[in-house]
Design a protein around this ligand. Structure first.
Ligand code: HEM
Length: 190
């Protein structure tokens, strides 16, 4: 029953988006720059996962971002999106292979077409963890993402990671956004 995945049910499947836009500090050029990217996302439904009286339904996810026609992705994430139907809590736990792990959280109605998740360094629930180097030189102090399920069958996200970087005088808004269209269906477990 896809209903058990709440607002995450609409995301199950495989997706691509060609118009991704990243804003970050590019060390090769020594300045903040834009990167246009192609993204390939897989969301595979699973569940329930039971924590005592809590029953979570989730999406096992992996995303890959590519520059131009490069064969190797320049950014990847692996993790899980989770929905708790009893409380409306949505969780996204993911890792970026720079030494960053994030558990972002928020709340939404089961039929929501838009929801926002947040995390911050030091938050008791929804936290960002990072290794020593990043903590000192490029710390992700807060993270937020807004997901919108569009009427035309696509979905979009906009996310911001606020980076405190040792080489910049001010906190940098490292932003990413994309709109993705479905390339394959994933069936819900029965
Ligand atoms: C679509 C998602 C993302 C893309 C495409 C992306 C892309 C990039 C790019 C292109 C760089 C610059 C590397 C360089 O040229 O030096 C970068 C750096 C970085 N990103 Fe992201 N990023 C994404 C998401 C995130 C998120 C969610 C976080 C944190 C929660 C994050 C944290 C960082 C950090 C800490 C750096 C290193 C900065 C430094 O070494 O100075 N990124 N990212």
């Amino acid at each position: 029953m896809a209903n058990e995945w709440g607002p995450l049910g609409a995301l199950a499947g495989e997706w691509e988006g060609e118009g991704g836009l990243d804003v970050s500090f590019h060390h090769a050029e020594g300045e903040v720059g834009n990167t246009v990217y192609l993204e390939k996302v897989t969301f595979k439904p699973f569940g329930p996962v039971d924590n005592g009286s809590q029953h979570l339904y989730g999406l096992d996810y992996k995303t890959l971002m590519f520059r131009n026609n490069e064969a190797e992705p320049f950014h990847t994430e692996v993790g899980y999106w989770l929905w708790d139907g009893a409380t409306g809590e949505i969780l996204r736990s993911f890792a970026i292979p720079r030494g960053i792990a994030v558990l972002a959280g928020g709340h939404a109605d089961a039929d929501a077409k838009q929801f926002t998740l947040k995390a911050a360094v030091g938050d008791p629930q929804y936290a960002i963890s990072e290794g020593q180097y990043l903590s000192k030189n490029a710390s992700s102090t807060t993270y937020d993402v807004t997901v919108t399920i569009n009427d035309d069958g696509t979905w979009s996200y906009e996310e911001t990671s606020m980076l405190r970087m040792s080489n910049l005088p001010e906190i940098l808004a490292h932003t990413d956004r994309n709109t993705l269209h479905k390339t394959a269906v994933h069936h819900f477990p029965s």
